[in-house]
Design a protein around this ligand. Structure first.
Ligand SMILES: C[S@@+](CC[C@H](N)C(=O)[O-])C[C@H]1O[C@@H](n2cnc3c(N)ncnc32)[C@H](O)[C@@H]1O
Length: 224
């Protein structure tokens, strides 16, 4: 089953998956995620970053010394990226001539996108000795998801409309508030738990390599 993407509302342009360009452009850099990726690969390894958005992770990856090719199907998102090669394309259609030591698929795209097509794009672009780094919803996240509010980095978040239309499927809306600006992002995600992970990876020509964090939200995979 393909993921159903999402829908968004709020000021400025909204990418096809529902992500708000002005929101992602205004968020602080995600240095923690970039550091996790950096420590999982060799110094200077070129990275193909899929779904790079406005460069929240791209810029710290560049600072860690990795050349980055940033892919997104939103030209408005990519316009915020400085210092990296950018490619505007749907990930599932990507067919670059080169292969990368690291392909990065983060931001839960593997949950809310068409995971088989996305992982196939990872496999097409990773070097035989390279690694695919994936961020999924951590095991247990779906089960625990419930309406709630929280604040982080001065941004106010609210999760609403939580529904479970079928086993392993979760639909919800997240509201983001920055000052007086308000966006919503509605999405439907599909669980990728430890039980199904090996078979899903194998179907894409990949095998699980290792889990990178305590919550088991991040893992690496290698070509079979
Ligand atoms: C939630 S945002 C996260 C962006 C960035 N990874 C970050 O952490 O700030 C997801 C991004 O992936 C892009 N995206 C989602 N699905 C895509 C697809 N199938 N092909 C290309 N880009 C996609 C969206 O346009 C958006 O910029």
């Amino acid at each position: 089953m393909a993921g159903t993407g999402g829908a968004g509302t709020g000021p400025g342009e909204i990418a096809q998956d529902g992500s708000a360009v002005e929101f992602y452009a205004a968020m602080p850099p995600d240095i923690a995620s970039a550091a996790l990726v950096h420590t999982a690969i060799r110094a200077g390894t070129p990275i193909l970053e899929l779904g790079a958005g406005a460069g929240r992770v791209t810029h710290p990856l560049l600072d860690f010394g990795h050349p980055v090719t940033a892919v997104d199907d939103s030209a408005a998102m990519l316009a915020h990226i400085k210092g990296a090669r950018t490619v505007c394309s749907p990930i599932q259609d990507l067919d670059l001539p080169e292969r990368f030591g690291c392909v990065l698929l983060m931001s839960y795209l593997v949950n809310y996108g068409d995971r088989d097509a996305l992982l196939a794009a990872c496999r097409r672009h990773v070097r035989p000795d390279g690694v695919v780094v994936v961020q999924r919803e951590a095991p247990g996240w779906q089960e625990a998801a419930a309406p709630r509010e929280w604040e982080h980095d001065g941004i106010r978040y609210r999760m609403t409309d939580v529904e479970r239309p079928a086993p392993g499927i979760l639909a919800a809306t997240i509201e983001y508030r920055m000052g007086d600006r308000r966006w919503t992002h509605s999405f439907t995600s599909r669980k990728l738990g430890d039980a199904e992970l090996p078979a899903v990876l194998e179907a894409a020509g990949l095998r699980l390599d290792r889990i990178l964090d305590d919550a088991a939200g991040w893992f690496t995979a290698r070509p079979i």
